[in-house]
Design a protein around this ligand. Structure first.
Ligand SMILES: NC(=O)c1ccc[n+]([C@@H]2O[C@H](COP(=O)([O-])OP(=O)(O)OC[C@H]3O[C@@H](n4cnc5c(N)ncnc54)[C@H](O)[C@@H]3O)[C@@H](O)[C@H]2O)c1
Length: 252
């Protein structure tokens, strides 16, 4: 089934763990791909990517910077002439595991910028492009921590902000035919984690945390890509303002 044939889809955080799985999923479903990430050279990833639509562009940008965000959306408009779907995946946790009394302001600002400001700036630019056609779908990346997390204070606050931003935008943009949803995954195994956590320690975390989830495992990037594709597709044409938790049943 090619749900994205002829659709122009912009994906941020495109070369990361969840981002690259989402790019592959949308590519396989026929999307015309506009991709962006921090990396100046994404050649290695792009060379392994199969794009049946034959249309793919990649631009590097730091999406915490409004000028760079505007430049990316300007290039999308120039190259593709429209935008049907925005999938905002860029993000990072600069404070993971830091206790309340050891938090510092710089990390607070980084987490708000990388997780909330990037989504905010990209949603506003996407709305500008989508409004002209009175149609569009946006999927933002929250996190299960949006419910609160005692060792991820600033990250969870930023991801809570993403959830609320999503609901507010859904209210504002629904009458213009634009749907806005978010996904909120629990722990997902990505290279950004496995390359910094020693293998034996990661195995313990993976089994320990996964063992507490009803489905008895942590997530993989493809577990997230499917629900993201659903929310971005016309299958979800009557779904907006939702925060879809993808968690193997964690924290029910
Ligand atoms: N892995 C998890 O357990 C998990 C769980 C819930 C939510 N998330 C969220 O999923 C998203 C993807 O994370 P991931 O786990 O694939 O990690 P990742 O580090 O592989 O991917 C994050 C991507 O965002 C990009 N990025 C970071 N800052 C940026 C900036 N300023 N401008 C542009 N791009 C930027 C990075 O370059 C990277 O490619 C993030 O928003 C993360 O917070 C991850």
């Amino acid at each position: 089934m090619h749900r994205f044939t002829d659709k122009v889809v912009l994906i941020t955080g495109a070369t990361g763990g969840i981002g690259s799985a989402t790019v592959r999923r949308l590519a396989a479903e026929g999307a015309r791909l506009a991709l962006t990430d921090l990396a100046e050279d994404a050649g290695e990833f792009l060379s392994t990517l199969e794009v049946p639509s034959g249309e793919m562009a990649y631009w590097s940008a730091d999406l915490t910077d409004e000028h760079q965000v505007k430049a990316v959306f300007g290039k999308v408009a120039e190259r593709f002439g429209r935008l049907d779907v925005l999938i905002n995946i860029a993000g990072y946790d600069h404070d993971n595991g830091v206790a309340l009394d050891r938090l510092d302001e710089a990390n607070f600002e980084k987490n708000i910028a990388v997780n909330l400001k990037t989504a905010y700036l990209c949603c506003l630019e996407a709305a500008r492009l989508m409004r002209t056609r009175k149609a569009g779908a946006i999927v933002n990346m929250s996190s299960l921590t949006w419910r609160g997390s005692p060792m991820q204070f600033t990250y969870s606050a930023a991801k809570g902000g993403v959830a609320t931003l999503t609901r507010s935008l859904a209210l504002a943009l629904g009458p213009e035919g634009i749907r806005v949803n978010a996904v909120a995954p629990a722990l997902v195994e990505v290279e950004a984690i496995t390359r910094i956590v020693p293998a034996a320690q990661w195995e313990q975390v993976r089994k320990g945390i996964g063992g507490t989830y009803p489905l008895r495992r942590i997530g993989q990037p493809d577990d997230i890509a499917g629900p993201v594709a659903f929310l971005a597709s016309d299958d979800a044409c009557f779904v907006t303002g939702q925060i879809l938790e993808i968690t193997g049943g964690a924290r029910l």
